[in-house]
Ligand binder design. Sequence first.
Ligand code: GLN
Length: 475
Amino acid sequence: MFEFSSIEQYHAQLLEGNVTCLQAVEHYLQQIHATKHLNAFIEVYADEAIAKAKQADEDRKAGRPMQKLHGVVVGLKDVICYKNHKVSASSAILKNFVSVYSATAVEKLLAAGAIIIGNLNCDEFAMGSSNENSAYGKVLNALDETRVPGGSSGGSAVAVQAGLCMVSLGSDTGGSVRQPADFCGIIGLKPTYGRISRYGLIAYASSFDQIGIFSATVADAALTLEVIAGADDFDSTVSPKEVPPYTKELSANKKFRYAYFDEALDHPGLDVEIGAAIKNKIAELKKEGHTVSAVKFELLDYIVPAYYVLTTAEASSNLSRFDGVKYGHRTTAPGVELTDFYKQSRSAGFGKEVKRRIMLGTFVLSAGYYDAYFTRAQKVRQLLNDKIQLIFKDFDFILLPTSPVTAFKAGEKMDDPIAMYLADIYTVMANLVGIPAISVPLFKHSNGMPFGLQVMANRFDEVSLLQASGQLVAH
Ligand code: GLN
């Protein structure tokens, strides 16, 4: 039987002839079939994946050099375009829409030899923290099916957690890669804003959105990042900075400087076991010779409100294109006039949470309230940025929990959107400031669920972030 532990090992086995890409793909197709009820995949590209695997096996046997992601089986969140494949942001408004081009990240995956096996369920337009806001229904956490997998990239997290592919891509606007990784016990990496092209990523909040990576190991995340990062003529917000060879730099045995916030670890909303585990980890890191110090952080209570004002404002603008005219769901009522046509198409096509956010975003941008909400939230973003930059003068990393709670029960927070939003308290900061962050699966709660440690680094310092993550998992 095929067993996956890391891309490096898989490649070694391929070279030794112990396994083939076809066996790997067939294994995943079987697993996907056996776990259909988890609802992680929206569509599975079985025939295509089999054909690609056969081709990869032939190429290898013909002595062609193996590319970086040769035969690596990848899943894509349903917000990432793959030419001639459906993409819908898990929304009824985009049902049956077929991508006319591929995202740059997808082009790069394919060029590196990856095999894309299907697209993955998520919260509608990546809005949510539990993967319960999807037109395709909720996704279940494979470790406890009564619990949510986190969101919005819940399908991507479960696909790696349940062994349904080797690596998956998600998107992270306020934690949507790190939080589901935390809930599912895997690695979730959100790179620096501008590290990976957003071309072909369906926009939620464009100044926050970033494609992120789910994997079983730090090295797999590093390798995938190495492949998909870098300049792109189609996205002017992507940095032209050279992409470092992350995988080669992984094993540095360095002593780092970590900052943490008492305000975060003593927060009344934080599960006591999570707080205690992280405090223990801090003590361990000190013992190992790292510098770990508390830094005063007064802004914690402002960042969730600032995030939800700014992201809903951007979303209300980004989602205005889904009007039933150009593409997507459209009303079929005869003889409706234009305004009613828009209203009816959008009312039927968008789900509850998306509508809530469009309305909130439109409100905070409206003439009378713009300064009171949008401008003030922008100021908070700037203050936060200044504060974080000061911290990075003295430290390499900021340590935080990923989420204040472990995976909660399905349905538990659906009637209380504020409670759902507040649970994003530890993740949204990285997106407000554009810094890279990772959730490293280190702990297990007495309720049986896993949880991670979140590490944030300065902009474009993914090298140190991955090195530290490697050390954390090894110890
Ligand atoms: N939970 C956050 C939200 O609902 C994060 C979403 C995301 O990162 N896409 O906005």
